[in-house]
Design a protein around this ligand. Structure first.
Ligand code: NAP
Length: 242
């Protein structure tokens, strides 16, 4: 049986490339997109490459969208093997330390997408993931969520203190650890991924990594074997400090 994957925020960039790479491995990919038209266009592009791809409308901060997307996957497939929570945002750019200036509104908006939405989407799809022979959950985090590296002078991210984004990804990492613990007696593995600094709208053209490499960590964690890790934080096969 072909595996079925749902990737959120997959109409472009790292999410779409993750769909492409999973699709090339023979996985049926469902691209979640808040704009269904752009999701359909992305899915059509993958189908033209020979991939079994489709799109579903999924604004991850919209409870009705989440419920409808779960119903769609249930009725079409009856199971979900892979959930990649990739949709993410930052209102602070890559700019200077925002700790003293970030607004309450920006904090809440960022947490809504990068943290609360991931919990809500995961809860909605867990019943379908439990039906999989080997469920895999990938929470797309960031090295900027590493509290340890933020607290370590000289670390590569020591001076990159964009509070809303960083804290939202730290919270997401905490969710990964808590969820992996809660599912430790099941076949489901849960891990956080740092894609790397990747050329996308979020990563900007200044980023050193191309998309093709930026999706590799997600794909690796989405296709872990039975002996693979759970409850970890990885970049390209290497564990990162929390
Ligand atoms: P991107 O180019 O900005 O794309 C973000 C994707 O998320 C878009 O498809 C966007 O949809 C979608 N999205 C945002 N809010 C959404 C919502 N409420 N509902 C559904 N989809 C939503 O970003 P990216 O660089 O590919 O980043 C993907 C993930 O990797 C994010 O979680 C990001 O934090 C993480 N990450 C990226 C980098 C990097 O260097 N690029 C580094 C570390 C971590 P629209 O097209 O509709 O806006």
């Amino acid at each position: 049986m072909k595996k079925v994957a749902l990737i959120t925020g997959a109409n472009k960039a790292i999410g779409l490339e993750t769909g492409r790479q999973l699709g090339k491995l023979g996985v049926t990919v469902i691209l979640g997109a808040r704009d269904l038209g752009r999701g359909e266009a992305a899915a059509a592009g993958l189908r033209a490459e020979g991939i079994d791809a489709r799109a579903v409308k999924l604004d991850v901060v919209d409870a009705a969208d989440i419920a409808a997307a779960a119903e769609y996957v249930e009725s079409e497939f009856g199971v979900l093997d892979i959930l990649v929570s990739n949709a993410g945002m930052s209102t602070e750019g890559l700019g200077p330390n925002s700790t003293l200036t970030v607004t309450d509104e920006n904090l809440r908006k960022t947490f809504d997408t990068n943290f609360f939405a991931v919990v809500n989407v995961t809860n909605a799809f867990l019943p379908l993931l439990r039906k999989s022979e080997a469920g895999r959950i990938v929470n797309v985090s960031s090295i900027l969520g590493s509290v340890t590296l933020h607290a370590t002078p000289g670390s590569p991210i020591y001076d990159a203190k964009i509070l809303a984004y960083d804290a939202s990804k730290s919270a997401l990492n905490a969710y990964t650890v808590h969820l992996a613990y809660s599912l430790k007696d099941t076949k489901i593995k849960v891990n956080s991924a740092h894609p790397g600094w990747v050329k996308t709208d979020m990563g900007t053209d200044a980023a050193p990594m191309e998309l093709v490499d930026g999706a590799k960590t997600e794909v690796e964690l989405a296709t872990l074997g039975e002996d693979g890790p759970t409850g970890g934080f990885f970049h390209m096969g290497q564990a990162l400090p929390w």
